[in-house]
Design a protein around this ligand. Structure first.
Ligand code: MLT
Length: 211
């Protein structure tokens, strides 16, 4: 670790000046192509950097191991977040991608993005965390300084996989560490309805859009 080939990934260069780079982090069973359309909607013209999770769960790509649905192997969360945090700057430099860097994660991807924020607080300028929760289950978040960082969280009130309680816990921890947090709750389940996507898009434009 860490060479650019350590994570299979795709890159789309920026088409607009002064736009951030989006780090796209897919959900369980998806791959590096899954969130490209979402990235294009959230930040038209921004550079997209989209790696594939290196954990194989019965043929499904993930970012870290879990003991069962909803119960994470927290040591693995920490190790995998470290691997990804080491790779991101290498990939940015290799592809000539610019800061700021904003992660966009869905489900398992939102959880690893949250772990990046909590454990590697200088790596990301912000994160859009969709259908995710607090990834360091049963452990305190540590003393990261997230001042100047921003997060948008979207969660479904009937989401059985990533429950609203988990998203609220994550929002509370991020806020307590100084991040500017917006939590958007919707009546649905483990999905990203159009209203949340639009909320994330306008949040993104307000904080990271071209000036
Ligand atoms: C996880 O990280 O395991 C998610 O919360 C659920 C999933 O990705 O299936």
């Amino acid at each position: 670790m860490s060479g650019v080939a350590d994570f299979v990934h795709v890159v789309e260069p920026a088409h607009r000046p002064r736009t951030p780079t989006l780090l796209l982090l897919h959900g369980t069973g998806a791959d590096e192509r899954d969130l490209l359309p979402l990235g294009r909607v959230l930040a038209p013209g921004a550079a997209l950097l989209s790696p594939r999770g290196r954990v194989d769960e019965h043929g499904m790509n993930r970012w870290f191991r879990r003991l069962r649905e909803g119960v994470f192997d927290v040591d693995d969360v920490i190790d995998r977040a470290e691997e990804l945090a080491a790779w991101v700057p290498v990939a940015l430099e290799h592809h000539g991608l610019a800061a700021p860097v904003v992660a966009v994660g869905f489900s398992n991807g939102a959880n690893i993005a949250a772990a990046l924020m909590l454990l590697h607080p200088r790596l990301l300028d912000g994160a859009v965390l969709l259908g995710g929760g607090y990834p360091l289950q049963g452990r305190e978040p540590g003393a990261a300084d997230l001042s100047g960082r921003a997060a948008f969280l979207g969660v479904g009130l009937t989401d059985p996989i990533s429950t609203p309680d988990q998203a609220r816990l994550l929002a509370d921890h991020l806020s307590a560490l100084g991040a500017d947090v917006e939590l958007s709750e919707h009546p649905g389940g483990h999905q990203v309805p159009p209203a949340v996507l639009e909320g994330a898009r306008s949040w993104f434009e307000g904080r990271f859009g071209p000036r």
